[in-house]
Design a protein around this ligand. Structure first.
Ligand code: F6R
Length: 609
């Protein structure tokens, strides 16, 4: 969701900015633009894609300082005049986030004679910066920006240029991600590291309320009080290949295929089959504290929330810990009853989801300890939460979460086993069984991937349907929710995920011969129950697609299509069934010629409320 980039160095800025913007395309956008210092500030922008932007930038634009932006419309339609950068005479600004007091600032600046050309909140930043530099004393770009951000309410990551200071790129951050890349005689600024991974892996994550400037060979960072900060650099472990398609038609397909490795990375070095233990030293949790816990609250959005439902079942079964799962956007405006001996677990692959961050801040204000489960090193949640469990799935570029979802499931299994052992709810042998099962999952996922042609055939058979239902019970309920979410977001088919027992309380009215029903029917203590639910929908003429274990010889009698998964530990089957449903969605979207990696209206990282 919106991406900012900046470059200052000795090479031509335009190709670097365009390439960086392309790397951020996955975040979601509808317009794009750049400003380059070419003797003066030259700005090119367009409502459309980066490839459209390339066509409006003249070949002869040179200059080795520039900023760029991909915009995902919030204030004002996706029109060229609303695209960033926004200008005010000699300054140019790109911005991620939302300025909540922009109307008030706009009124004031209009009164001072500033003319607004867009409907955006960002344009006030450009005019306010110009005002602070030129009319409110005579300030340099950095001091002008420091003055400006004092007046902004809301969230921002800003990169700014001034025509009179061509060797400086200024930046500021509050509640919106910003990372600096350190090159040789060149520096980069961006919303995430993928933007400049081709050039450098040495980075500094900018914290909230920090401001600074880049020169070709130096970086200066200051706190709110103007004190210079000394910051260590970090090295990113991902390589560029991980952020490229590697021969796959879509990032989503590549990321689905990466799951045998990505989940292995999630659990690597943490599982002891011999002792039946899961070691999560990075959480720095005191066993006494884990024993005392009375409740956990899982906070998340979308796919991460679906993972959270599985987490609830696991914590309750394996750790005897009462667990609630809250949608972050609701939680932040509710009146939660929380107390100190409770734990908040925020699940967010990006680590930047605005609602999840706000909900964690809210729970911290009650004195709850928080753990973040995230995939992105250095993301905002890692600084908000008390401890972090990284999923280490590698960069996920496709908007639809796939490998980060299964990695979240693995993280939740590990937490639940760890807590369960410490709290004395599960024995070493029970833990061993699960650990052996988790270690088998990469090979079992590989088997599922090997059956993709069968899933493809099934997807093609039903790709023309308008409605789909996904049903499951207990641990297969979140799998059903996630299957439906995946299908609707990338194939635009209306899909509902339901706890199978709920069908007869309303949705059964919608079941006809034209409604495929996907029943997640792996073996477990609710197996007989899901068979009854399958019979219910069959009686209404639905076509039933079952996801079932390899050794289930009974299921074929009741359903129309069976998609098989290797038989696994009952608690672990959701991982395998989820891979089947990811492939089903992928091939359905493929059959419908949908924009799989960048579905309409969606963004990868939802940094606004
Ligand atoms: C769906 C999807 C979204 C995200 C949601 C939360 O495929 O990707 O539903 O799961 O926006 O994002 P994170 O996990 O980054 O907080």
């Amino acid at each position: 969701m919106c991406g900012i980039v900046g470059y200052i160095g000795s090479e031509q800025a335009v190709p670097i900015l365009l390439e960086s913007l392309k790397m951020l395309e996955y975040r979601g956008y509808d317009s794009a633009g750049v400003t380059v210092f070419n003797g003066s500030l030259e700005t090119y922008k367009i409502a459309g894609m980066i490839k459209d932007l390339e066509t409006v930038i003249p070949q002869n634009v040179t200059g080795s300082t520039g900023i760029g932006h991909t915009r995902w419309a919030t204030h004002g339609k996706p029109e060229t005049r609303n695209a960033h950068p926004h200008l005010s005479s000699n300054v140019s600004v790109v911005h991620n986030g939302i300025i909540e007091n922009y109307l008030e600032l706009k009124e004031r600046l209009s009164g001072l004679g500033y003319e607004f050309l867009s409907d955006t909140d960002t344009e006030v930043i450009a005019h306010l910066l110009h005002f602070n530099m030129n009319c409110n004393g005579n300030k340099c770009l950095l001091d002008g920006l420091a003055e400006t951000v004092k007046e902004l309410e809301g969230s921002y990551a800003i990169a700014a240029l001034c025509a009179e200071e061509p060797d400086i790129l200024a930046f500021a951050r509050k509640d919106s991600p910003l990372v600096i890349g350190i090159g040789e005689e060149s520096n980069y600024a961006a919303s995430d590291v993928t933007a400049f991974l081709r050039h450098t892996k040495e980075v500094i994550f900018i914290n909230d309320n920090e401001i600074g400037l880049l020169r070709p060979g130096s970086i200066e960072i200051f706190d709110q009080g103007g004190n210079r900060l000394s910051r260590d650099t970090e090295t990113i472990e991902w390589d560029l290949e991980a952020a490229e398609k590697a021969g796959y038609e879509h990032f989503m397909l590549k990321e689905i295929h990466e799951q045998p490795t990505s989940i292995q990375n999630t659990f690597a070095g943490k599982l002891s089959e011999l002792e039946g233990t899961v070691t999560l030293d990075e959480l720095h949790l005191d066993p006494a504290e884990i024993k005392r816990l009375r409740r956990a609250t899982i906070i998340a959005c979308g796919t991460s929330w679906n993972a959270g439902i599985l987490g609830k079942y696991l914590f309750e079964k394996l750790a005897g810990l009462h667990t609630d799962v809250e949608t972050a956007s609701e939680f932040r405006y509710s009146n939660p009853v929380l107390c100190g001996e409770e734990l908040t677990i925020a699940i967010t692959q990006s680590g930047e989801t605005a609602d999840t961050l706000a909900a964690v801040r809210s729970s911290s204000s009650y004195g709850c300890r928080s753990i973040a489960i995230t995939n992105v090193v250095g993301s905002t949640i890692t600084r908000e939460a008390d401890s972090v469990l990284y999923t280490r799935a590698g960069p996920e570029i496709g908007v639809a979460a796939t490998k980060t979802f299964t990695a979240q499931l693995i993280a939740l299994y590990m937490l639940a086993i760890n807590f369960g052992r410490i709290r004395g709810i599960i024995s070493a042998n029970e833990a061993k069984d699960l650990i052996v099962g988790i270690k088998r999952l990469p090979g079992q996922i590989q088997k599922v991937l090997g059956r993709k042609e069968v899933i493809n055939e099934c997807a093609m058979q039903f790709a023309d349907k308008h409605d789909y239902f996904f049903i499951g019970r207990y641990l297969n309920y979140p799998v059903a929710l996630e299957g439906a979410l995946k299908l609707k977001e990338i194939s635009y088919i209306h899909a509902e995920g339901y706890a199978a027992g709920e069908l007869k309380h309303g949705p059964l009215a919608l079941i006809t011969e034209d409604t495929p029903v996907v029943a997640i029917a792996t073996k477990g203590h609710t197996y007989e129950k899901i068979l009854s639910n399958i019979k219910e929908v069959k009686a209404r003429n639905a076509t039933v697609i079952a996801v079932a274990d390899d050794d289930d010889t009974e299921i074929e009698k009741y359903v129309d299509v069976v998609l098989r998964v290797p038989t696994s530990h009952e608690l672990l089957a959701p991982v395998l069934s989820s891979v089947v449903l990811q492939l089903l969605s992928y091939y359905t979207a493929l059959a419908k010629y949908c924009s799989i990696d960048k579905p309409r209206n969606l963004a990868k990282s939802v940094t606004v409320e």
